[in-house]
Design a binder for this molecule. Structure first.
Ligand code: SF4
Length: 217
């Protein structure tokens, strides 16, 4: 198992924060409920495609109360350009009803309650806690998983282990920031198929880049 030293990890975080001082969610929302809906919609879909459908959705149905009473077919009509739109419509109407009936229309800021909601798993709950409630969490999506493991912050085979290892090695006050920075870096430089290592400021530290250079020698 090869990972960076703690000192190097802190240096990576510092560089990423310098590179992406404005890193944050690229989903558009005006409330924690809208954030939750947008994150549920974003599974296997780009933030851009989610923002396109939530524009109409949130203009017509801005909260749990209004979504709780609509027909699934109406929701399907609005979000049909998004992958898995039928399942997502079902989950969103059901979760809106639960939030409306059980939590007075307010999204609960509690992990155990969040993951009981339809369509809400560990990653979604962590994103809502971090972005909606300011609770330090590291939600591991495909970008965080790929980039953290490439750089060598951790060396893990799945998202859960990656999250748990990141929580051990990264200072807690940096969890939200690192989550956003890794996503931004994964979208802009460390892309899945073609990481642009020669343009990357982490080139000197990153284990993936080092191994690539070694192989080329
Ligand atoms: S050096 Fe390459 S692999 Fe490493 S973080 Fe940068 S782009 Fe990604």
């Amino acid at each position: 198992m090869t990972v960076l030293t703690k000192k190097k990890v802190l240096n990576v975080i510092k560089l990423l924060e310098e590179m992406y001082p404005e890193a944050g969610s690229e989903l558009k929302y005006d409330s924690i409920f809208q954030l939750l809906v947008a994150v549920v919609l974003s599974a296997q879909a780009t933030d851009k495609s989610v923002n396109l459908v939530t524009k109409e959705l949130f203009a017509k149905y801005p909260d749990a109360e209004s979504i709780a009473v609509i027909e699934e077919e109406e929701l399907q009509r609005i979000i049909k350009s998004i992958g898995l739109y039928k399942t997502k419509s079902k989950n969103i109407v059901r979760l809106a009803r639960i939030i409306n009936d059980k939590y007075n229309g307010e999204v609960p800021g509690d992990y155990d309650k969040l993951i009981q909601l339809p369509g809400v798993g560990r990653k979604t709950a962590n994103v809502v806690l971090a972005n909606g409630f300011g609770v330090q969490r590291i939600a591991v999506d495909t970008h965080v998983f790929r980039v953290a493991n490439r750089i060598g912050i951790v060396d893990e085979q799945n998202v859960l282990k990656t999250e748990l290892s990141l929580m051990k090695v990264v200072p807690e006050e940096k969890w939200i920031s690192l989550h956003h920075c890794l996503i931004w870096h994964g979208r802009r430089v460390c892309e899945a198929r073609r990481p642009r290592c020669s343009d990357c400021r982490l080139n000197e530290i990153c284990l993936y880049a080092k191994n690539k250079t070694k192989k080329a020698l």
